[in-house]
Design a protein around this ligand. Structure first.
Ligand code: FES
Ligand SMILES: [Fe+2]
Ligand SMILES: [Fe+2]
Length: 495
């Protein structure tokens, strides 16, 4: 048997291979070191002003890196310039005014490119090995784009419009390649994204250390277990001037261990790239980090330090038992019982369709009933149940995505002839998808939902049942559903 690098596997894409080569190119490191030293030395000499400038270029205190915003200027301006050139060449715009506007756009883009270079280099100097190499090539390619744009301005100034347009088109292409590499840095190498653990645990105060074990200004790491995400979450505790502070121990910049850092003037310093976080607010006070660390409320009980994860802005609020809109009493059990009963109805409808003769014309009628019930189920979950359990179940975002998958698969199935083999195949896939989704709700999300408390689940159950009954009974809803299903079937050609 041939054993080789690609045995049994298709080759990777050309772009992946090319970027892989850049990532592995150690010869770029020397150039990187020279550039970094050239930037670091003057900053070290200048001291505080350079630190303030660096923080502004990173976006520290702003909450996000500023580089992605600044690059929109050259991208937009240079795209406008090249588009105008093209329109003028094709005769859709008058040449002189188009050229004048193109030049202005190129100049504006050049100013933006210089700002983008400054912000990009500020971020780049704190990258590690592979990302640093790609970043260097990204900068070189974008530098080439800037040089070509300046050349274009020069050529146009000397009356060589054609050559100037060619140079700016080449500059635009170079910028696009630079954008691709920039995308790789963010989306694949996770540069500029938040590396802190944002696990919501513990939701209730939990003892994590003995107070006597904490020494003044000596960071101490404790671990929390997030069972739902199957993750261990490190948290750093610091005793400072009689107060105990706690924040996420994985640095938001690139994941450095803050518990191995040190305390300086009421701030915790990351040992990797020197970001500082205020002990009392967990906000970054010095970059390259741009976003705050996760925070924890702290209290002392019986000589123990107890912490609780602080809910962040935008987090769904946990509804403690019985809060929320008042609902009238009515029929229906707890929320999970109403939904499980509906799941069982799908299971029965699937079994019925599968048991029917393939040529039986009623097969399609039962399929439509199933489609209508699935539609109503998604509605009550999307609008009532999922928002109510979002605060207590991490499954909700993926459940929304799975609803979309189910709708897509149902749409494909409805289009098929119910007597065909393709229909059988799609029906089996749809049943498996519904079973996976409903099963995971029953095994996981409904278990998480217990945190809402019996009273809230009963209220919710009544609301779900009333809404389901209303959707089934309402003439308008029925007409709308029939229309939707008809369109999915390929209406008006449906039998
Ligand atoms: S990991 Fe870079 S400053 Fe913390
Ligand atoms: Fe669902
Ligand atoms: Fe469901």
């Amino acid at each position: 048997m041939r054993v080789g690098r690609t045995a049994g596997l298709p080759p990777r894409s050309r772009a992946d291979r090319l970027i892989g080569r850049i990532e592995a190119e150690a010869r770029l490191d020397e150039a990187g070191r020279v550039l970094e030293t050239a930037m670091a030395r003057p900053a070290q000499v200048a001291g505080a002003p350079a630190q303030a400038l660096g923080d502004a270029l990173h976006g520290t205190g702003f909450g996000h890196p500023v580089h992605p915003m600044v690059v929109t200027v050259p991208i937009g301006a240079w795209t406008l310039a090249v588009a105008l050139d093209l329109l003028a060449r094709l005769g859709f715009a008058r040449r002189r005014p188009a050229d004048r506007t193109s030049r202005t756009a190129i100049r504006l883009g050049a100013v933006g490119a210089v700002a983008a270079t400054a912000t990009g280099l500020a971020d780049w100097q704190h990258l590690n090995e592979r990302a640093r190499r790609v970043g260097l090539v990204h900068a070189a390619v974008n530098g080439t784009a800037l040089a070509l744009m300046l050349l274009s301005l020069g050529l146009r100034g000397r009356g060589r419009q054609g050559a100037g347009q060619l140079a700016s088109a080449a500059g635009w292409a170079s910028m696009a390649v630079g954008g691709y590499l920039g995308g790789h840095l963010v989306y694949r190498q996770r540069v500029g994204v938040d590396h802190a653990d944002r696990s919501p645990v513990p939701r209730d105060f939990t003892a994590v250390a003995r107070l006597d074990d904490l020494q003044e200004d000596q960071p101490r790491r404790v671990m929390l277990r997030d069972a739902e995400a199957a993750l261990d979450v490190p948290v750093v505790l610091v005793r400072h001037r009689g107060q105990i502070r706690a924040m996420g121990a994985r640095c938001s910049h690139l994941g450095g261990p803050l518990d191995q850092g040190w305390v300086l003037q009421g701030q915790l310093v990351c040992p990797w790239h020197g970001s500082r976080f205020a002990l009392d607010s967990a906000q970054p006070t010095a970059g390259p980090a741009t976003c705050a660390q996760p925070r924890y409320d702290v209290r002392l009980r019986d000589g123990h330090v107890e912490i609780r994860r602080e809910q962040e802005e935008g987090d769904p609020r946990v509804l403690e038992g019985g809060e929320g809109p008042r609902t009238r009493a009515g029929k229906g059990g707890r929320a999970e019982e109403v939904l499980t009963a509906h799941h069982d109805l799908f299971r029965a409808l699937f079994a019925r369709i599968e048991a029917m003769d393939r040529e039986d014309p009623e097969r399609r009628d039962v399929l439509r009933v199933l489609a209508a019930e699935l539609d109503m189920h998604e509605q009550i979950e999307d609008h009532l149940f999922y928002p109510a359990v979002a605060a207590v179940s991490p499954d909700v975002p993926i459940a929304y995505s799975e609803h979309r998958q189910l709708t897509d698969l149902l749409a494909k199935t409805l289009k098929l002839n119910t007597a065909s083999l393709a229909f059988e195949e799609h029906l089996r896939a749809l049943r498996a998808a519904v079973e996976h989704h409903a099963g995971s709700e029953e095994r996981s999300m409904f278990v998480h939902a217990q945190r809402l408390g019996d009273r809230r689940l009963r209220q919710l159950g009544r609301t779900l049942q009333r809404r389901l009954d209303a959707l089934r009974a309402s003439q308008g809803s029925r007409l709308y559903r029939d229309l939707k299903i008809g369109l999915l079937e390929g209406w008006p050609t449906r039998p």
